[in-house]
Design a protein around this ligand. Structure first.
Ligand SMILES: [Zn+2]
Length: 766
């Protein structure tokens, strides 16, 4: 019965050749073990449970721990030293009794005895700069580790504790049961690092002129580790690369700095009237109602005046933050400070920038506008920004904390800057402000899964960059019509994915252990999501599902499975094949056209046609009603092409067309040109085949075959085409949207040379 149905269909649509291909080659079985690329990810995924459901949502027993901090911090600007005292209130919301707590001492990565420098290979080359040689062989390593002076309970009684490099285990006097709180104190100090010389996400930049520093501070306090249903304690050591896993909590932080410093950080400034002048208050009130241009709270003239002297007095800035996973602040007497209100759907928030004169004019012109634009884009893609402000502070690197981030991009001394500097600065601000969502609010485990924050964030960054270019065309350079995004478009990942496999790791790898970190954890996942959005799912399905993920997990701790499952759960698109290929392997896309055969229809059978008709006869088919296909090059082809269209063949007319009314007949197609296209897939990834046909009259048509076309044969797929117009060329992936690493096999006929072809394709894409 099955074959009979095929034959009838074949009469109208499929050539006998394609039919033979179907049964013999394309449905080749793939062995005993199920290595099918469409196999569901049950073996790779954790089993759903009461904490995390099969839908990708938090389950009924989902819990998370809470860590609240009260801190007194002081910066000694002369010694570049930070002193701190904190009281942590830790709440055990887990069903498990706890006998100890783990506290993260990230600064110990900078301790003299840190093992971080010892995990990398080193060698001696024939030449090196004297600075580097001196750093390696002359100097003692800078001592930037935590000096823990007290770990005590509420009665100031010392608590037993043990420091294992960047992790400290604090013994609990008695088991901490479900729902119970434990309060304890830590006193510490450390030498702040010069992060221009020594690197780091936190530290100071030193300015010789007037002997000043800009401090952008982070990881400056002992922080609670995460305890959850997935890892137990996430106490994997900090080696310097993989970022942080932190529980949510409330912070009350008093920060004492020289009286002439300007300071801002995570949280509400609760003593604004004490630390602001009357003039600053007036400007601040104005900024709250100004939506188009930033309002200067501290002007460049005021900042330049401040940096020429040094106050001996101190001032304490009080910040209070609810439901944040971390705390950062920036302080300096060099800071210019501006703010602008931003209208989101449900509320107004403040976009803020802090920068020294070295950042101008770029920073004064653009930083706060970039922050504002980013807040709007990310809010649209996920949920409205839940905090009241977002600060961009000028620093030598890019790094993110709740409500505040540190961003690079400095003009030349004469105020000029290149496109590279400008878009580098705008891109990093969009990226770091974007981290407020991933991972500050959608709080994934950065220590384990770099891509969950960097990849997701870099994806939304691409969307936000394109928005920014559209909303602020003045930010673009001459001749540009859109923001020149570096990461996101599929064609930009081709060089990485098609590169040396020895230096490529799957995305699902801990950051520390990957090669080409930026491509692995930022570009590839971001590009994958972009391909899902633009090519595989479409914007409606993708955006709905992505938003669902963000909303399900805001102020919670998601895992990779929670993301993968939610994207399917909300869209009804089976994506296991995509996650499997793009996230779990290092396979690449390479799809091409292997062969195109042309056919004409005829009533006169070829030798093969006769043989097949004989076979059909054995199944009881009436072979007097056959249509025959003759291939180009075979005897009878030219003659057949001279003849009429399919509907005008005698057999079709008599046995098919005559069954329809003249009106119905007019509606029917009448193809004359028949093609059998064989697509090949040298690449390991499965992807949809996007095809563009160009007809003799110059018109074009697009057709997309879902990735499932590869489900039974991973190497090649054949398709029959019946056309009323002659097809003169066929192109696979004409807009370069699948990250195909080799486009030399993407066109038929293969008439255009590779280099010309590529440059032409790149041109039309731009
Ligand atoms: Zn990032």
């Amino acid at each position: 019965m099955k074959i009979f149905k095929h034959v009838l269909l074949g009469l109208m649509f499929i050539s006998a050749g394609a039919f033979a291909q179907d049964s013999e080659e394309n449905e080749k079985p793939q062995g005993h073990t199920n290595q099918n690329k469409f196999k569901q990810l049950y073996d790779e995924f954790a089993t759903p449970n009461m904490f995390r459901t099969g839908s990708g949502a938090p389950g009924p027993a989902y819990y998370q721990q809470q860590a609240d901090y009260k801190m007194d911090i002081e910066i000694d600007d002369d010694k570049a030293r930070l002193y701190g005292y904190e009281t942590i209130t830790y709440t055990n919301n887990s069903p498990d009794p706890l006998n100890y707590l783990w506290v993260q001492l990230d600064q110990n990565m900078r301790a003299r005895d840190s093992k971080t420098p010892l995990i990398n290979s080193s060698g001696i080359g024939p030449a090196n700069t004297s600075d580097r040689v001196a750093n390696s062989y002359l100097k003692e390593r800078f001592d930037g580790g935590f000096n823990i002076e007290e770990v005590s309970d509420t009665d100031k009684k010392p608590l037993p504790h043990m420091i294992n490099r960047t992790m400290m285990r604090v013994e609990l006097p008695k088991t901490l049961k479900t729902g119970e709180k434990f309060v304890f104190n830590i006193k510490w100090w450390y030498n702040i690092n010069d992060h221009v010389k020594d690197g780091g996400r936190s530290g100071y930049e030193y300015f010789e002129e007037n002997d000043n520093r800009i401090y952008v501070m982070a990881q400056f306090y002992p922080r609670m580790a995460v305890y959850n249903d997935v890892e137990g304690w996430q106490n994997s050591q900090f080696w310097g690369r993989d970022e942080f896993a932190l529980p949510f909590g409330n912070f009350d932080v008093n920060i004492t700095v020289p009286a002439d410093h300007i300071l801002d950080g995570t949280g509400y400034l609760t003593n604004r009237k004490e630390v602001f002048t009357k003039e600053m208050m007036k400007r601040y009130e104005k900024a709250k109602k100004t939506y188009d241009e930033p309002v200067l709270i501290v002007t460049q003239a005021e900042a330049e005046k401040a940096e020429k002297s040094k106050s001996k007095d101190k001032k304490t800035w009080k910040l209070s933050a609810q439901m944040v996973r971390d705390f950062g602040f920036a302080t300096s007497r060099k800071f210019i400070w501006d703010m602008m209100a931003v209208k989101l759907d449900t509320k107004d928030v403040m976009a803020v920038s802090m920068y020294s004169k070295e950042g101008n004019p770029l920073w004064g012109d653009w930083s706060t506008k970039v922050v504002a634009s980013t807040l709007k884009s990310y809010s649209r893609m996920t949920f409205d920004y839940p905090y009241h402000k977002a600060i961009s502070a000028h620093a030598p690197m890019g790094m993110e904390y709740p409500m505040i981030c540190y961003n690079f991009g400095r003009p030349n001394k004469d105020g000029t800057y290149s496109d590279r500097t400008k878009f580098g600065m705008m891109g990093v601000i969009i990226h770091e402000v974007g981290h407020n969502w991933f991972p500050m609010i959608v709080n994934s485990d950065e220590r384990q899964w770099t891509w969950m924050d960097e990849g997701l964030n870099t994806f939304v960054q691409y969307v936000a960059e394109q928005d920014f270019g559209e909303w602020y065309p003045a930010a673009l350079s001459e001749g540009q019509t859109k923001y020149p995004s570096r990461r996101g478009p599929a064609k930009n990942i081709v060089r990485y994915m098609g590169g040396n496999q020895d230096y490529i790791a799957p995305i699902m790898t801990k950051g520390l252990n990957t090669y080409q970190f930026g491509s692995n954890a930022y570009s590839k996942p971001a590009t994958g999501l972009n391909i899902l959005r633009e090519t595989i799912m479409g914007r409606d399905l993708f955006d709905y599902s992505f938003k669902e993920y963000a909303n399900r997990w805001k102020f919670k701790h998601p895992t990779p499975e929670d993301f993968f499952r939610t994207m399917e759960d909300a869209s009804a698109v089976d994506l296991d094949w995509f996650w499997r290929g793009w996230f779990y392997t290092t396979d690449y896309t390479d799809i091409g056209i292997k062969e195109v055969k042309k056919f004409a229809v005829t009533e006169t059978p070829t030798e093969e046609g006769k043989k097949l008709a004989e076979r059909y006869k054995q199944f009881g088919l009436d072979t007097s009603k056959m249509v025959y296909f003759v291939e180009e090059g075979q005897e009878g082809y030219d003659e057949a092409m001279k003849n009429a269209d399919l509907s005008e063949l005698k057999t079709v007319k008599e046995f098919v067309m005559d069954n329809f009314t003249p009106e119905q007949q007019k509606e029917m197609k009448s193809p004359k040109y028949f093609y059998q296209v064989t697509y090949e897939k040298p690449g390991g990834l499965v992807m949809p085949i996007i095809v563009e046909y160009t007809y003799a009259d110059g018109t074009k048509k697009r057709e997309t075959f879902p990735a499932q076309i590869w489900r039974l044969n991973d190497k090649q797929a054949t398709r029959a085409i019946a056309s009323t117009k002659e097809i003169v060329s066929i192109t696979v992936d004409p807009d370069l949207e699948t990250a195909d690493v080799d486009t030399t096999n993407n066109s038929w006929p293969k008439e255009v040379k590779e280099s010309e072809f590529d440059s032409f394709k790149n041109k039309i894409k731009d």
